[in-house]
Design a protein around this ligand. Structure first.
Ligand SMILES: Cc1cc2nc3c(=O)[nH]c(=O)nc-3n(C[C@H](O)[C@H](O)[C@H](O)COP(=O)(O)O)c2cc1C
Length: 282
């Protein structure tokens, strides 16, 4: 696997417009925002809109849920477009709306359930990946449950956000924890606070197969090219290109607002609470 730069899934943010601009400027692959596959299975229109792919930008569909019958129902309805790369399971969301039902980062310890979900996707011949944290809480991290999951599950890659669910974004991502993940011999993608070439070099030395970037890519959708040492436009040009594409595709206002007020802003400006992630996005 070639070292890969990925745009992270971002609720109310990573629609086709942002994904396309990030891909143009170096994101090798991207992810649709989290959707519940139960809602897809029962044909909820606004949920289906969230997994739409409006051009050929390589995109994984990120889903969350645990009932494999519902997953199979969704998969039986899905007709993947050319841009579709595979199915990604969300094992990272710390919202109690999900974790209280054993979903999101509460799935990390549900290994036999995960195997069933992964195998349902493989029955369709689709690639499958998992985006996860290091556990629901510090206790799970200490017990290294995340290593059990990576070891037991056969996925194309594991994108590991190097925090536990109970941590805030003020605490730094724990890249050291990624070393043990890499030693399992599975493809690991590093996620959490990646925003400089120094961090990318450090993570390459640890042995990860790629990096996934979230918040820093909203502030600078061309960060991927910048980290690759390739030409990248300034923030005014990025805003212009984003706005043009948003108009062309008539994208939802909420997404435009979430992106346009952040492009070109430093990390500490205008923090806001994300309803699902209940966290601070600089
Ligand atoms: C506003 C916001 C929305 C997010 N939405 C999702 C999501 O839909 N699915 C997901 O797996 N992670 C989601 N995340 C987590 C990010 O994908 C990523 O794991 C996290 O921000 C750490 O990466 P970063 O430090 O590069 O931002 C979200 C994060 C933020 C700040």
């Amino acid at each position: 696997m070639k070292f890969t730069f990925m745009l992270a899934p971002l609720e109310d943010t990573s629609d086709s417009v942002l994904r396309s601009i990030c891909h143009k400027y170096g994101a090798d692959i991207t992810f649709t925002e989290m959707t519940r596959f139960d809602s897809l299975a029962r044909d909820n229109k606004s949920t289906w809109d969230k997994i739409a792919m409006l051009d050929d930008t390589p995109s994984w569909v990120q889903i969350v849920g645990s009932d494999e019958q519902k997953l199979k129902k969704f998969l039986s309805k899905y007709q993947p477009p050319k841009a579709f790369q595979g199915i990604n399971f969300n094992y990272g969301c710390p919202s109690p709306h999900l974790t209280n039902h054993g979903l999101g980062c509460a799935m990390i310890k549900r290994i036999s359930k995960t195997k069933k979900l992964v195998s349902a996707v493989k029955d369709y011949g689709y690639p499958v990946s998992v985006k996860m944290r290091l556990g629901l809480n510090m206790h799970e991290k200490e017990k290294k449950i995340y290593l059990n999951l990576i070891d037991a599950v056969d996925a194309d890659f594991f994108a590991v956000h190097a925090r536990v669910g109970s941590q805030t974004y003020e605490e730094p991502a724990d890249y050291d924890a990624l070393r043990a993940c890499v030693l399992l011999g599975k493809p690991i993608i590093a996620n959490g606070d990646v925003d400089t070439q120094e961090k990318v070099s450090l993570l390459k030395d640890i042995g990860v197969k790629g990096v996934m970037i979230g918040r820093a890519a909203v502030r600078d959708p061309a960060i991927f090219n910048r980290l690759k040492g390739l030409p990248a436009p300034d923030s005014e040009q990025l805003k212009k290109e984003y706005t043009e594409l948003a108009e062309k595709w008539d994208s939802r206002f909420k997404y435009r607002e979430n992106v346009l007020k952040r492009i070109g802003k430093p990390a500490t400006i205008s923090p806001y609470k994300n309803k699902e992630y209940e966290t601070v996005m600089g």
